[in-house]
Design a protein around this ligand. Structure first.
Ligand code: KG4
Ligand code: ZN
Length: 332
C-alpha cells in the first residue's frame, strides 16, 4: 500500500511517500525554524502562511523523488491535530483538494500517534523486537506524555505534563540563557562545553503521580541567571548542561518507573526531545527494559512518521473522511 502523508502541525512543512508503513520512498521536510528564530519562537500566523507557500512544492518534490505519480497513491494520511489551527488547516485542506478529484481515501492522523510510529520506520520495528505492551515517552514541543500501547491503535495516556512540555522547557530555558530558538539543539550544543555539577537545578516530582512538571525548573534557572552578576560563556554552558541534565533525568526517572509499574515488553522514546544526545545515551545506559529511539531525523517533525501511523490506521479501514476537521487540542 502506497500512502502519501502530509504534516503541517507546527513549523515543519512535510510530505512523504511510504510503502506498507515502513519503506520510505521519499521524505521531504522544509523547516521554518530559521524564520521563527528571529522572533525567539513560533508566530502562528507566519507559520500558516509559510505552509501555504511551501506545501505544494514539498509534495511535488516528494512525488518526484519517489518516482511515482498521484495516480499510484492508495491513500492519503494528513495530520489533523494536535497543533496550530491555521497550520493544520493548510495541510488538511490541501490533502482534501488532492484526494477529492481522484477519489483517493483520506484520513486524519493524530500527530502524537505519528511520533510513536516513527519507531516503525526502523528496520527492526517494535512488533518484531519486543511485542506489546509498549511504553511510549512522547517528549516534544507541546507534549510530555507517557502512553501505554497495548496493541496497534490501542493507546492509553498514563501521564502528561502539568505545565510546560519538555521541549517547551528547552525552548524557554534557551531564551533565558540568550541562546537561539529552537532551544533543544542550542542547549545541547552549549552544554557540550559545560559542567553540569557547577549548578544544582531541581528534578521536579509530583507526589503519587507519574505526571511531569517543568515550570519550576525553568524558574530555578531564571533565579540562577539573575543571581549571577555576569553571564559569561562558561557559566552559560554550565547552566545549559545542568538544565539539560535536570530535564533528561526527570524524563528518564518517570519513564522507567512507569515501565516497571506496567510491566511492559519495551520502551519507545519519541518526539523532538528524543533527538537529544544526552537523553539518548543516558536512558540506554539506565534502562533495564529494552528500548528503541528512532533516528534523529525521525524524532523531530516529519511526514514519514505520519505515513507509518496512517498505514496501521488504514490497512483494514480504507475510508474517506471527507468531514474530517482539524482538532488543535487532539489527545489520545
Ligand atoms: O516533535 P517536535 O519536532 O515538534 C512538536 O511536535 O512539538 O519537537 C520540537 C521540540 C522543540 O521544543 C525543540 O527544542 C525540541 O523538540 N528539540 C530538542 C532537540 N531537538 C529538538 N530538545 C532537546 N535536544 C535536542 N537535540
Ligand atoms: Zn511533533
Amino acid at each position: 500500500m502506497l500512502i502519501m502523508s502530509i504534516e503541517t502541525s507546527c513549523d515543519e512543512t512535510a510530505a512523504a511517500i511510504i510503502e506498507n508503513g515502513q519503506i520510505i520512498r521519499s521524505n521531504v521536510v522544509a523547516s521554518q525554524a530559521e524564520m521563527h528564530s528571529k522572533f525567539g519562537g513560533i508566530i502562528p500566523e507566519m507559520a500558516a502562511r509559510e505552509h501555504m507557500l511551501n506545501l505544494i512544492p514539498v509534495i511535488d518534490q516528494a512525488l518526484k523523488i519517489s518516482g511515482i505519480t498521484i495516480d499510484d497513491i492508495d491513500a492519503i494520511g494528513v495530520t489533523n491535530g494536535p497543533g496550530l489551527a491555521g497550520s493544520l488547516l493548510v495541510g488538511v485542506n490541501t490533502a482534501k483538494g488532492i484526494a477529492f478529484p481522484k477519489n483517493i481515501p483520506i484520513q486524519g492522523i493524530n500527530h502524537l500517534e505519528g511520533h510513536i510510529y516513527a519507531s516503525w520506520l526502523e528496520e527492526n520495528n517494535p512488533d518484531d523486537e519486543f511485542g506489546f505492551p509498549l511504553l511510549c515517552l512522547i517528549a516534544s514541543g507541546g507534549h510530555s506524555d507517557l502512553v501505554l500501547m497495548n496493541n496497534h491503535q490501542e493507546f492509553n495516556l498514563i501521564a502528561r505534563t502539568r505545565d510546560d512540555a519538555a521541549g517547551e522547557a528547552f525552548d524557554k530555558g534557551a531564551r533565558i540563557l540568550g541562546l537561539p530558538y529552537p532551544g533543544g539543539p542550542s542547549i545541547q550544543k552549549s552544554a557540550s562545553n559545560g559542567c553540569s555539577g557547577n549548578f544544582n537545578l531541581p528534578r521536579p516530582k509530583i507526589n503519587n503521580s507519574l505526571d511531569f512538571s517543568f515550570s519550576g525548573l525553568k524558574t530555578a534557572l531564571l533565579r540562577e541567571v539573575q543571581t549571577l552578576k555576569n553571564l559569561n560563556d562558561q557559566n552559560k554552558s554550565d547552566l545549559a548542561s545542568s538544565f539539560q541534565e535536570a530535564i533528561t533525568d526527570t524524563l528518564i526517572r518517570n519513564t522507567l518507573q512507569a515501565a516497571e509499574i506496567h510491566n511492559v515488553k519495551g520502551i519507545l522514546i519519541v518526539g523532538g526531545v528524543a533527538a537529544n544526545q544526552r537523553l539518548r545515551e543516558e536512558i540506554k545506559k539506565r534502562s533495564p527494559i529494552p528500548l528503541m529511539i528512532p533516528k534523529v531525523e525521525f524524532c523531530t517533525d516529519n511526514a514519514a512518521m505520519i505515513g507509518a501511523a496512517a498505514f496501521y490506521r488504514m490497512k483494514n479501514n480504507l475510508t474517506f473522511e471527507w468531514n474530517m476537521d482539524v482538532i488543535p487540542n487532539l489527545s489520545f
